[in-house]
Write a protein that binds this ligand. Structure first.
Ligand code: GCB
Length: 700
């Protein structure tokens, strides 16, 4: 709930906190405990002003909750042009204003949505898509918590009305909670920051005239949002101004906010393809495509009753028509199929067919949706992951959607650069740590043959109550609805590092995994774990175990010689206990680009590279045991974190800088990944390849 109040008085530890890590850890643990315990502290302790704002916010949130899920019944298809569909981008510069921190509901009280935003107060130009935090010089904007308001105008042609087009608004995401108005009237609302929002706007539009869309977004995280956070209010008047509060959360990346992804309006006919479900298999050299088409009609009465026909046409990569089918469900066989293979597993990785999905009604409406299809099959057992019946070893990266200025905003140059770097490394996979990534990124993964572990935004969960569980299940369903047809997606990751020492996590994750499997049984389900195997309760529910391990960084820093022993023992135990495939989903060390020391020293490029080499040796021992299915470096690139004495301005575990320039670690990883793929580097970068000599040098 937005109205959450947490009242806390700084303790002596807080005031006298020493700048040493043990004290800090103790403090962090204590401080967080205080936060969680005091969450329900009774009202009399609060200031009246705070109480009023929070009551207002609570009322508003109840209203939002009542409205939420109203847009949740759509199929999930990304907007694509075809002979029956038109698209318009609403990206560009929008008007923008923050609601005051101490009066979060001003915009609702004064109905900022009822007229153009620039009529109710000053506005600035805001780039869409982008996070709003880092695009100006204004610290208030960077650090804002609460509601932010966007609006812009647009036209739709009268032709769309004459042709009886259905018109849909689609936002790739809005972080975290959003309320959307069209021409001053409520259109829809959504909770959750990383999945699309869609609303039919046909009847609310004015055709041939100016329309206005207004979006209110709130980035507040609470114990019942996914991910969770807390708003901490203080009642220590000599230390803090009245009403002062801080947002805390249990993850280290910046909680960027805004309209992060493209915004489109698009048309369909009145009878249209709402969703498509594809599953593929292989039979010898043939590919099998099973499809099911869900269609919807806004026609009414007798016209609707006349029935709808479905058909499909399959085109190969060069547009040649290779197979057809009739009916809303069916199976087609593609002779001598080109399979979808991961990068460096074939000469033509990421091979995609186009399935033209067509529905028509007796009125003559025809809708055509071009759906990309990769023909591949996945398999898994207690030791192995397979793709097209061949064992696959994941060589990848944990990533973030993160860049200078943009924050979490999606732009094509960055997508192209990141995939170019992944391929330069020889990587075949990444994890969408710690939330679902933009569809534009996922499209590229499909196309380039990069396998994806598709992760939900459930990072650092604790508490594991009913409300959280329901939300988590609905996030998994939304994610699967969006990404179910993507050949690149090889696993669903339900969570990153839940507090799974808590016994309640066992039943909680049983429910989450079971809901995930009933939404899609064709992919294994996983999640990452930070605890040791004997103190943990969630993993029993997973098909594949992902372990995050920072030996010689968060544990025994400076003692690289311990990594091999500790990693081998740890991973072996996981397999022994659960008889499931295991992979390392995070390992690594921070390094400051350009900081060098020999012998190695923490935070240098040398230390980061040497730590990786020690891990490689452990991974090779584990690979030989037959159940170790992958390694993913933490992280692809340095990324933004909240300010703290714990991070040097950013999380610096990137093998690339935030500007995507390689550190020494990137060259070492490049060598490793190409060796794993049995590819000799053409440009002779072997100086960076580890071997026994280099590894000894790096350990000194
Ligand atoms: C982790 C988290 C990741 C952090 C990383 C770190 O285990 O999953 O989000 O960034 O540790 O660098 O501390």
């Amino acid at each position: 709930m937005f109205g959450f109040l947490i009242c806390t008085t700084p303790s002596d530890e807080f005031l006298d906190l020493k700048n040493d890590s043990a004290a800090r850890d103790l403090y962090e643990e204590k401080f967080l405990t205080v936060v969680w315990c005091l969450m329900y502290q009774p009202f009399p302790k609060m200031r009246w002003t705070i109480r009023i704002w929070n009551l207002l916010a609570t009322g508003l949130v109840s209203l939002c909750l009542a409205m939420e899920s109203s847009d949740n019944n759509w199929g999930g298809l990304y907007p694509r042009e075809s002979e029956s569909r038109e698209m318009r981008s609403l990206d560009g510069l929008w008007n923008f204003r923050l609601a005051p921190l101490q009066d979060p509901d001003q915009g609702f009280r004064e109905e900022w949505f009822a007229q153009p935003l620039d009529m109710t107060g000053p506005v600035i130009s805001m780039a869409v898509p982008s996070s709003y935090n880092d695009v100006t010089q204004d610290k208030t904007l960077r650090d804002h918590i609460g509601w932010a308001w966007y609006d812009r105008t647009f036209f739709v042609p009268t032709r769309w009305q004459t042709d009886k087009k259905r018109v849909v608004l689609r936002l790739g995401s809005a972080h975290y909670r959003s309320i959307i108005y069209l021409n001053g009237k409520l259109l829809t609302s959504h909770e959750g920051g990383h999945l699309p929002i869609m609303a039919d706007m046909t009847t609310n539009l004015v055709y041939g005239k100016e329309n206005r869309i207004t979006v209110a977004i709130n980035n507040t995280l609470t114990p019942e949002t996914i991910p969770q956070g807390s708003i901490v209010y203080t009642n220590y008047p000599t230390m803090y101004p009245p009403g002062y509060f801080i947002q805390t959360y249990n993850f280290d990346f910046t909680n960027y906010a805004g309209l992060h992804r493209p915004v489109y309006i698009y048309t369909t006919p009145q009878t249209y393809v709402d969703d498509i479900l594809i599953s593929t298999d292989i039979d010898g050299t043939n590919g099998i495509i099973k499809y099911s088409i869900q269609h919807v009609s806004t026609l009414t009465g007798r016209r609707q009753a006349k029935g709808v026909l479905c058909s499909i046409k399959l085109l190969n990569k060069t547009g040649v028509h290779v197979a057809s089918g009739v009916g809303c469900q069916g199976t087609i066989v593609v002779t001598n199929a080109q399979l979808w293979w991961p990068y460096l597993m074939s000469q033509d990785p990421g091979y995609l067919y186009t399935l033209l999905v067509m529905v028509s009604d007796a009125e003559g409406n025809l809708d055509v949706y071009p759906q990309k299809v990769g023909i591949r099959t996945l398999g898994w057992n207690s030791t192995t992951l397979t793709i097209n019946n061949k064992p696959v070893y994941l060589r990848g990266c944990g990533k973030h959607e993160d860049a200078d200025i943009l924050g979490r905003g999606v732009i094509y140059p960055l997508i192209v650069k990141d995939f170019s770097l992944l391929k330069w490394l020889g990587a075949n996979s990444f994890r969408t740590s710690h939330y679902p990534y933009a569809e534009e990124i996922m499209d590229m993964a499909d196309k380039e043959g990069i396998m994806v572990i598709d992760e939900s935004p459930a990072v650092g969960l604790s508490g594991f109550g009913e409300v959280l569980m329901k939300k988590h299940i609905s996030v998994m369903k939304e994610l699967i609805r969006r990404d179910k047809n993507r050949p690149s997606v090889i696993m669903w990751s339900v969570a990153n590092e839940p507090e799974s020492k808590q016994l309640a996590s066992k039943d909680y994750f049983r429910a989450i995994v079971s809901a995930t499997k009933s939404a899609d049984s064709s992919r294994p389900v996983t999640g990452t774990i930070k605890h040791f195997s004997r103190k943990e309760h969630a993993v029993v529910n997973f098909d594949v175990i992902m372990v995050n391990r920072f030996f010689s960084w968060y544990i025994n820093i400076g003692h690289l010689e311990l990594i091999k022993q500790q990693t081998v023992k740890d991973v072996s135990e996981w397999h022994l206990l659960h008889n499931k495939p295991v992979m390392i989903s995070e390992y690594g060390a921070d390094s400051l680009a350009g900081f060098h020391m020999d012998p190695t020293w923490a935070w240098t490029e040398e230390y980061q590279a040497a730590l990786m080499v020690q891990n490689f040796e452990a991974f090779d021992i584990l690979r030989a045991k037959g159940y170790f299915v992958g390694e993913m470096i933490w992280n692809f690139a340095d990324f933004s974190t909240p300010q703290g004495n714990f991070r040097a301005g950013r999380n610096r575990k990137g093998v690339f800088t935030r500007n995507r320039q390689p550190k020494m670690a990137a060259h070492v990883l490049r060598c490793r990944y190409h060796q794993l793929a049995n590819v000799t580097l053409a440009d002779n970068q072997n100086a960076f390849c580890y071997g026994s000599v280099l590894s000894d040098v790096m350990l000194n």
